[in-house]
Design a binder for this molecule. Sequence first.
Ligand SMILES: Nc1nc2c(c(=O)[nH]1)N=C([C@H](O)[C@H](O)COP(=O)(O)OP(=O)(O)OP(=O)(O)O)CN2
Ligand code: ZN
Length: 133
Amino acid sequence: MYSVRTEGSFDAAHFLANYQGKCRNLHGHRWRVIIEVKSETLENGMVIDFTEIKKDLKDMLEQYDHSLIIEENTASEKLLEALNEDDYKINIVKFRPTAENFAHFFFSELKKKYNISKVKVYETPNNCAIYEE
Ligand SMILES: Nc1nc2c(c(=O)[nH]1)N=C([C@H](O)[C@H](O)COP(=O)(O)OP(=O)(O)OP(=O)(O)O)CN2
Ligand SMILES: [Zn+2]
């Protein structure tokens, strides 16, 4: 079995709603996203062309770069209105924005095109979550 890995990153702010601890406050991370694709066979000597998958990864992560990520229904209308009025880049997500949920989310997105086997998301240099199938 062959496998290839590549990675990308994005800088974004988030907070964990209903969380007892410092992460309930708005704070930022450089989210590092490492993806792995596996294959039994090679095409043109490759599992997948790095150039192609790197571009798709970059395009996917670009949406979150320099944004504020908010879990659906966890911010007041007043806050959302104020942020929108001042034209801040916001991403409302349907899941709690943890490294685990992002790993699963990015896995599902990439699965649409690639035989993805693993996604690792680093929230800090020391901590990462992994989703694999
Ligand atoms: N299993 C998870 N635990 C936590 C997550 C997560 O996504 N998965 N996220 C958070 C917070 O977002 C927080 O920002 C990270 O917390 P922590 O690692 O304590 O933050 P530090 O910056 O102090 O990390 P260092 O590695 O010590 O620099 C909380 N928990
Ligand atoms: Zn955090």
